[in-house]
Design a protein around this ligand. Sequence first.
Ligand code: LLP
Length: 415
Amino acid sequence: MIGAFAYRDGQLMAEGIALGDIAARFGTPCYVYSRQAIEARWQAYNEAFGDTDHLICYAVKANSNLAILDTLARLGSGFDIVSGGELQRVIEAGGEPEKTVFSGVGKQADEMHKALDVGIKCFNVESLEELDRLNQVAAERDVKAPVSFRVNPDVDVKTHPYIATGLKQNKFGIPWEEAFTAYEQAASMNHIEVTGIDCHIGSQITAIDPFINALERLMDLTRQIEAAGITLRHIDVGGGLGIPYKDESPPTEAEFVSALRQVFANRVEQIIIEPGRSIVGNAGVLLTRVEYLKHTPHKNFAIVDAAMNDLLRPSLYGAWHEILPVHEAPPGEQTYDIVGPVCETGDFLGQGRTLDLRVGDLLAVGSAGAYGFCMSSNYNTRPRACEVMLDKGVMHEIRKRETVADLLQPETTLP
Ligand code: LLP
């Protein structure tokens, strides 16, 4: 079993559909997601909040396919975006701008204009320089921009250094010791309306303590800000809850939310979370086919048709993803590195996996629903994979496979 995908009658399936049938119809490499699994994770968060005033802002960057955003918008989800492009996606998918928060350290003036135009919930402002620019943009439109400062709480989290964001040496957020002054400054600006406070300490976090430490620090600051006569309407603890890729056992959504609610007891502000990976990560797999089995005196390689351009996480973070045969088979005796066709030694999906393989076999790379397709590229002029969403026995192609013609179309040679 990997996430939402389990063997039945020797076939890896989800929502009553065999992955082999998906490969036969759409080819490989192909991303496959289960709608039911995505909805279940979102509902788990939502139910855990009970009657506490809350907003779940799905982090669009984790998987931004329109069908995924539409699925979540229909549940009433809010969204966390980091670019004008992501805002456009949310709108096209039927998401509500009033439930959308805009994070990121480098917001451009045109993105600010667009966000003010559609009326987003707030800008998660990450520097005083950004605050100044936002004040100017809002002045040009003669409106007030809703602002929440992303405060860097300087808490340590045990995750890959590239995805830890809440340490003082990271580029994110307003430094803890400058945050109060930032609020005073913002409150005095004509075109800024202070509405909240937020943080995001990192991703793939498998313990509760760092979240609680960060929230407690935010609450301290909130009390200080309140004492200065500035009212906050929401507290946003960001995303970051991890998922099991291998043998990790992160807190469940219920445990996570219940811990937040305890710290939050007696507060009146709305509580916001920005989960990405924990909603979509284990709802997806990357389907790929074995092209060659290459045996050398030193190592065995299974060369598959997916590569680092399709799923970058193993190459970039040394991330471990489960790799299972689509047709159930005994583990076998040979150990393989599962590699792609890209011309880089770092192009691998898994290393040292014991599998019983034949050319033409289908493999499923697990936990690929988050930071999979959305981080893919056309490196080596490889068209990007198609994406398929399963919904109660029906397969929907939610993104067509690119063709080489699609890739070449925007380019021109010199006259
Ligand atoms: N909010 C903010 C402001 C963020 O920067 C992020 C993720 C999230 C929410 C969602 O975090 P999540 O719940 O998904 O952990 N590409 C990396 C992950 C980068 C995460 C960046 N920020 C990976 O593949 O592991």
